[in-house]
Design a protein. Sequence first.
Length: 224
Amino acid sequence: MIERFSLTAEIGDLMDRFGIQKVVHGHSNRFNVAPTQTVSIIMNDRHQTRVLQESRWGLFPFWAKDSLNTDYATLGEKPFLQRMLQRQRCIIPCSGFYGQKQFGKEREPRAMHTVVPSQPLLAVAGIYDCWRHVNGKEVRAVTMLTAASSGTMSVWQPRVPVVLDEEGVEDWLNPQLSDFGKLRKHLEAPEGYLMRSYPVTNAVHDDWYEAPDCIREIAIPDFA
């Protein structure tokens, strides 16, 4: 499961990268996004304008198994997921994601940050739920689509986000496209050789710790 990710970009970077036409709410330079926190998503509004909005990360109830992440292979199995897939698709902008790996004699698993060096900004596929609160405010909750990892990474990081390419972004955000068969071709895990994982501070396990050093590579002692 992906329970942490980073977004090291300014709002202007997001607008340029994803062709955003309007900023409603946006959050930039997030170094340690944790479950249930508010995140930036890219979606179509009711006028079919591509907007930068905000959403709670994790479907309700937040403790559900598929709250934060949803295996893309199960999208066709549950009616509520099918409903979101047809009408409520979005992009979760991301720069990297966290996992953990055991190193030698270290007492605790070491936090790891995974990036795609050739892509500073990743377009992670997401779907969201939306309803209107009793106070009239529109509320959203998003889940990140994931796929099985491959190669040596699969030993310590079994799931990775589904990252869309340029064509995938356009199709995923196309409100006229609802055939899952045509969307499925875009839902793949990044190739292992394209990713780089490196150790970072275990402070990222703290939901409320967010600083640039979260994404800073650290050295693991030889005796670890």
